[in-house]
Design a binder for this molecule. Structure first.
Ligand code: PBG
Length: 332
């Protein structure tokens, strides 16, 4: 810590706050559209976009509107989208077989968005939860989420997503060893161009509720995810997770949720100094939206303030449902 010289009245910090020009000059962090990743939900069919329970401002989009939305994002300069599928109950099975159907919704969505707007980055999750009848991210055997067999399935998902045109695979399942397994399989398939953004420090959080409604896993989920997602009480363990994922070949790491875990972002950035991201999750976005609709706060200003907080903590970028809104505000 710097030992600051000076004291009042020689030093008056308000002098560097007195007008916009000087505030701009001394700003320590900058938020720009380059920092934004926009998570989007895709649904099958050619109907109209569907609202998501508990997630005002977010809709599930059929592929055609997804493409239009991606064009809007690209026009505003948003670098990348993270795509998630809504899987109807009929397609869910205990082992999540639809996840490895190479013609499934997410693969079709990736391919279509990529061919419509090749310049925008496409990130996609590797995890089974949208596809399983029990809503878990892995295979369930005798009441246990089994690790290594789940990893095999994630590898297949990753290869398919890469073949469909995904630029980045984001394993969000928290199985041990999945980053290395996916990296090796991509290498073997000649896909060294495909990157991995690891959900490295993903916590067993209660802030994911609206997301689970959006992908259709909320009512399916039996029990909790505490045997694979991290305990919110831990931070040293986050560093171990990041370290393993980097050793296994992760290009970028992520902390999730976002705002309640900024201490973890700071720790990861300081300790590893690698591309570090945070996910401002569905429950966080829903809190802002509902507080705003209750008249308690102003959405736009609060959204930008939260995003700046991520930058200050050390994020290189943020996954946020508010990406388009933020991009518009930043463009003004
Ligand atoms: C699936 C996944 C989840 C989120 C992203 N990928 C939910 C979960 O792990 O239960 C949460 C995102 C959000 O809440 O916005 N593995």
């Amino acid at each position: 810590m710097t030992n600051f010289p000076g004291s009042y009245p020689q030093t008056r910090l308000r002098r560097t706050r007195k007008s916009p020009w000087v505030r701009r000059l001394v700003a320590e962090n900058k938020l720009s559209v380059d920092d934004l990743i926009w998570p989007l939900f895709v649904a099958d069919g050619d109907g109209s976009p569907q609202d998501v329970d508990g997630l005002a401002g977010v809709q599930r989009l059929p592929i055609e509107s997804l493409k239009d939305t991606a064009r809007q994002a690209f026009a505003l300069g948003i670098p990348a989208l993270a795509l998630f599928p809504f899987v109807p109950d009929e397609l869910k099975t205990p082992d999540g077989d639809e996840a490895i159907n190479s013609d499934n919704l997410i693969c079709r969505a990736i391919a279509e968005v990529k061919s419509a707007i090749p310049e925008i980055g496409i990130i996609t999750d590797a995890a089974l939860d949208p596809y399983t009848t029990h809503g878990h991210d892995g295979l369930l055997r005798d009441g246990e989420i089994v690790n290594d067999r789940t990893v095999e399935r994630l590898v297949e998902m990753a290869l398919q997503a890469a073949a469909a045109g995904a630029d980045v695979i984001a394993p969000s399942d928290m199985m041990d060893g999945r980053v290395g397994a996916i990296r090796n399989a991509l290498e073997k398939a000649g896909r060294h161009d495909v990157a991995i953004m690891a959900y490295s420090a993903k916590y067993a959080s209660s802030f994911y509720g609206p997301f689970r409604a959006a992908v259709g896993s909320r009512k399916a989920l039996s029990g909790d995810k505490k045997t694979y997602q991290m305990n919110p009480a831990n931070s040293a363990e986050a560093a171990r997770e990041v370290s393993l994922d980097l050793a296994e070949g992760a290009d970028m790491v992520m902390v999730k949720p976002g705002l309640p875990y900024l201490d973890i972002v700071r720790l990861v950035k300081q300790q590893f100094d690698v591309p570090t991201f945070a996910y401002q999750v569905s429950g966080e976005y829903a809190m802002l939206k509902s507080a705003a609709s209750a008249g308690a706060l102003e959405f736009d200003a609060c959204l930008l303030e939260t995003l700046m907080a991520f930058k200050r903590a050390g994020c290189d970028g943020v996954l946020t449902y508010g990406a388009l809104e933020a991009a518009r505000l930043l463009a003004d």
